[in-house]
Design a protein around this ligand. Structure first.
Ligand SMILES: NCCC[C@H](NC(=O)CCN)C(=O)O
Length: 399
């Protein structure tokens, strides 16, 4: 059968499961679970995949990650990725319930195509990857060798816009603790060393330096501890900061400038400072390398389903933050397109959490699922494409 015929098979299979896919996203949305605690989500998704005829390895290799496979002879190993972790307080405000739906939907479509094809097409691997919002599940899975037998990986992400080529930056997170000395704030303030002043000074240092940041750099922080009572000079204050830049080398420069801000604030106030990299396997979220051959295939398939994309230059202006998919994109050719769910609020807002449970979001997710399935079918059906994708990957990762 031709790739075009197999795509029709995939689309029909996804349409047949439309209601079940909607229910999966709704269940996840109603039960938001935080990083590495996504036990119900893990069970929901693995039970469904098993019922649909996939070979499922639960809790592989982490308690809330999984691997599900379906193969039809020799050929490339295509990996579709699900995320399902939520954010504290605001639930599925990044729409990972929809990412899971899209991954499962694509898997249903690809499996139907593999079953229908009379020739060897390859293998499908579905990975459930926890803790994208902090904790870097995919980084751990890369380190565990999960992607060693994968040829191509893809996932999609809901957002306010359609962009298969959006910028996704390298990021590192730090926890900063200032230690001072407590004293009665009225009786003997001169005996104290004010850790909150150090934290405030550091915050101001960074905000002042911001004028000299490149427009593409991002630095943002919060105060997580700032004293216990107004009449006690705070002897401890804590900050959390995240730094981002388009490349690892720029991120190193930015990180050093900001560390200087913390250290100088400590020196000015007489505090001690401890700056700890919020270690994710000793690594950080790396910028995404989009494989352009895959991007083109995905865009053409999505366009055939009615999606319109802005120009590449406009897409590159869009910035979704950072993702551990960046680390996957360093070990296998990957894409991470975003798709519009027509929301008034951006990712990580309460408005987005509401938008992530609508019928409209589900409809857009089904289109993204079909686009992934069709892209996998394109690749599985063409040896030439497989070679070109691999060559581009080698060139882009050896720079
Ligand atoms: N510590 C990692 C945070 C990742 C987070 N990712 C996103 O918002 C994008 C999609 N979920 C971020 O802050 O960039």
């Amino acid at each position: 059968m031709s790739a075009e015929e197999l795509k029709k098979v995939a689309i029909q299979a996804i349409d047949e499961k439309n209601q079940q896919l909607l229910e999966i996203n709704q269940q996840l949305h109603k039960n938001p679970e935080l990083a590495y605690k996504e036990f119900k989500s893990h069970d929901l998704l693995t039970n469904y995949l098993e019922k649909e005829g996939f070979q499922v390895q639960r809790s592989y290799p982490l308690p809330t990650s999984f691997r599900a496979t379906f193969s039809r002879g020799k050929g490339p190993k295509m990996c579709v990725i699900c995320e399902y972790d939520a954010l504290p307080e605001i639930g599925h405000a990044c729409g990972h319930n929809l990412i899971a739906e899209a991954g499962i939907g694509a898997a249903i479509g690809i499996k139907a195509a593999l079953e229908t094809s009379q020739t060897d097409l390859g293998q499908l691997i579905v990975y459930g990857t926890p803790a994208e919002e902090g904790g870097g599940g995919k980084i751990k899975m890369v380190e565990e060798g999960c992607f060693d037998d994968v040829d191509i990986a893809m996932m999609v992400h809901p957002s306010p816009y359609d962009a298969s080529y959006a910028s996704i930056y390298s990021a590192m997170s730090f926890k900063i603790t200032f230690e001072g000395k407590a004293a009665h704030a009225a009786g003997s303030p001169w005996e104290g060393i004010n850790a909150l002043d150090a934290a405030v000074q550091a915050y101001v240092n960074i905000s002042t330096l911001r004028q000299q940041f490149k427009p593409t750099w991002r630095v943002h922080g919060i105060v997580t501890e700032g004293g216990i009572k107004t009449n006690i000079i705070p002897d401890r204050a804590k900050l959390e900061y995240r730094f981002r830049a388009p490349s690892d080398s720029e991120l190193q420069i930015l990180q050093q400038k900001c560390k200087n801000c913390f250290q100088s604030a400590a020196q000015a106030t007489g505090c001690k400072v401890d700056i700890v990299h919020e270690g994710i396997c000793g690594d950080h979220y790396r910028s995404v390398i989009n494989n352009l051959h895959l991007v083109d295939l995905y865009e053409n398939n999505a366009k055939s389903l009615g999606i319109e994309f802005p120009s590449r230059a406009e897409q590159k202006q869009k910035m979704l933050g950072s993702t551990d998919m960046g680390n996957v994109s360093r070990v296998v050719p990957s894409i991470h397109p975003t798709y519009s769910i027509e929301t008034k609020g951006g990712n990580h807002t309460r408005e987005f959490a509401v938008a992530a449970s609508t019928e409209q979001a589900h409809r857009q997710t089904i289109i993204a699922a079909k686009s992934m399935a069709m892209t996998c079918i394109d690749v599985m059906s063409s040896r030439d494409l497989q070679v070109q994708i691999k060559q581009e990957f080698i060139a882009s990762t050896s720079q």
